[in-house]
Design a protein around this ligand. Structure first.
Ligand code: BG6
Length: 515
């Protein structure tokens, strides 16, 4: 008998379940350059995600990471910051050998975005890595920086030759949201990036698309037979998409004020959730096929009627949260007392298509609400006839199918069931699927998946420019209306949002799902 072949995937990643016969998607030789490496996102999400990928054996041994920022750091300082970030925020257990291997490839280049010398030093640093760690001349530039700095950085990448590559090498640029402030600025931003990078090298991050539960919307819809027949206006009464947060704006006043909840979250995360929920089946899961279907939905979204009635904006006032007294938005550090930025937004949309005509989609998001919960809920029409005494169905609501995006990830089906006893009382019950109970493997963080996809060059989970533009076209009229007509309504921290949001629903005989 021939000797048993060693399992390469297992050798690379001892954490892997040996029964798992799928080929791992492993990144090839590459360097990731992180601009804005001293920011919150980098510390809480990006650096831990890179470690988690390394720990799962998904990065090549020579993988290298360069931090670029305006700090007087040596490599050692950067490694220490990354070490603390990993210790505090990584998802997978800390392993000294993995950390050693990874941290040997970590370097820091200090500099201003406008300083040609700093970019020349960066160009030297990546070349050295190609030689010392075999990174093959493949570079991804991650711009975790304010959009106002994009033109400078992109131009410097071109000037220093960092954007040029041989045929067998690649360059990719990763752009964090916000992709502009409105349609006009998004077009401008796109022009600037396109002057240096072709569309196929641009990866726009919407981290919601990296979440397992968000991808599961497509799995549930298109891998099964029982849901799709009822996924339309004949059965669905309306759809609620909620992203509620219990946190305030924390230390992000500089970013958040003047942006607000709608630009921060609805323009990207919630409209992407809407597109995935409403779109037709794509011909395949290629980036292009999925994009085509999302585009069709985003182009048929309509704001119906009076924006004063179909939109709400709110701003959190002081209150209590988790047993602690918390400040109102206007008292947060760095927020002007006259700010009219909204921290809560709710909007009613419709989709003009045969499948969805007349079905409202209600989107809401807010900070400092009673709890953190993101979900997509399809609320079904009531049964056309109930052959029960009306007193027996008082507790029966609408059937619902709910994607629990986070926390407590899973899917809930809500339907009426007989209450045990001698009468025919019917009441709502839940049937739950929970990731934690059905799968032994835990879900990767969104940024793990997305960073790996960038390094592999796999684009389906990244919105294309057209999607970004269509999303601004939906939001721009609302923002314009708000700017002219509407101060945000105050709501108490720790509650359910402004009363006007409840009124928006009540006017149509509906109510928000309880958070
Ligand atoms: C970001 C927003 O895109 O998403 C933040 O800018 C928000 O304001 C965050 O807090 C929420 O992300 P998650 O993954 O915790 O739901």
């Amino acid at each position: 008998m021939p000797p048993a072949q060693p399992d390469l995937a297992q050798l690379l990643n001892p954490l892997r379940d040996p029964r798992d016969k799928r080929l791992p998607r492993v990144a090839g030789p590459s360097v990731l350059v992180l601009f804005g490496v001293t920011g919150d996102l980098s510390r809480k999400k990006l650096l831990p995600a890179i470690y988690d990928l390394a720990n799962r054996g998904l990065l090549p041994p020579g993988f290298s990471l360069i931090g670029f920022a305006r700090r007087d750091w040596a490599d050692q300082d950067f490694r220490q910051v990354a070490y603390e970030a990993v210790k505090e925020h990584a998802r997978t257990p800390f392993r000294e050998d993995v950390w050693q291997q990874l941290s040997q490839g970590m370097h820091f280049v200090p500099g201003e975005f406008g300083d040609p010398g700093a970019f020349d030093a960066l160009a030297m640093a990546v070349k050295e890595l190609d030689e010392s760690r075999g990174t093959g001349g493949n570079y991804a530039f991650y711009l975790s920086i304010p959009p106002s700095a994009f033109p400078q950085v992109v131009q410097q990448l071109r000037r220093s030759g960092l954007a040029d590559h041989a045929d067998d090498q690649w360059r990719r640029v990763v752009i964090e949201k916000p992709f502009g402030h409105d349609l006009a600025s998004a077009l401008e931003l796109n022009k600037i990036v396109h002057e240096v990078f072709p569309e196929e090298s641009i990866f726009r991050i919407d981290h919601y698309l990296g979440k397992e539960t968000v991808q599961n919307i497509l799995a549930l819809r298109f891998a099964n037979t029982m849901f799709e027949p009822i996924w339309n206006r004949s059965y669905v009464d309306h759809v609620q998409i909620t992203m509620a947060e219990d946190i305030g704006i924390g230390g992000r006043a500089g970013y958040y004020d003047g942006i607000g909840a709608a630009r921060d979250v609805i323009q990207n995360h919630l409209l992407q959730l809407l597109a995935l929920t409403a779109m037709e089946e794509p011909t395949s899961f290629s980036a292009e096929a999925v994009r085509q279907e999302k585009i069709k939905i985003l182009s048929s979204v309509r704001l119906h009627g009076d924006l004063g009635l179909s939109t709400v904006r709110g701003q959190y006032a002081a209150g209590w949260q988790g047993g602690q007294q918390v400040k109102g938005y206007l008292d947060e550090d760095g927020i002007p007392a006259t700010s009219i930025t909204e921290t809560y937004a709710a909007i009613r949309l419709e989709i003009d298509s045969r499948r969805w005509a007349g079905v409202p989609f209600y989107l809401r998001t807010g900070k400092r609400l009673s709890r953190r919960a993101t979900e997509v809920a399809l609320q079904f029409q009531r049964a056309p006839h109930l052959p029960f005494a009306s007193t027996d169905t008082e507790e029966l609501g609408q059937n619902a199918l709910v994607f629990r995006v986070q926390p407590d990830e899973g899917v809930t089906v809500r339907f009426g069931s007989k209450v045990p006893g001698t009468s025919m009382e019917v009441r709502d019950v839940n049937m739950d699927f929970a990731y934690g109970e059905s799968f032994t493997e835990s879900s990767p963080e969104a940024y793990e998946r997305l960073l790996l996809d960038v390094l592999i060059g796999d684009p389906p989970l990244f919105p294309r420019q057209e999607e970004v533009e269509l999303s601004w076209m939906i939001l721009d009229p609302i923002e314009e209306y708000w700017a002219k007509n509407r101060r945000p309504d105050a709501y108490k921290s720790g509650g359910y949002g402004p009363e006007s949001a409840d009124t928006l629903m009540a006017r149509e005989g509906r109510a928000w799902r309880r958070l």
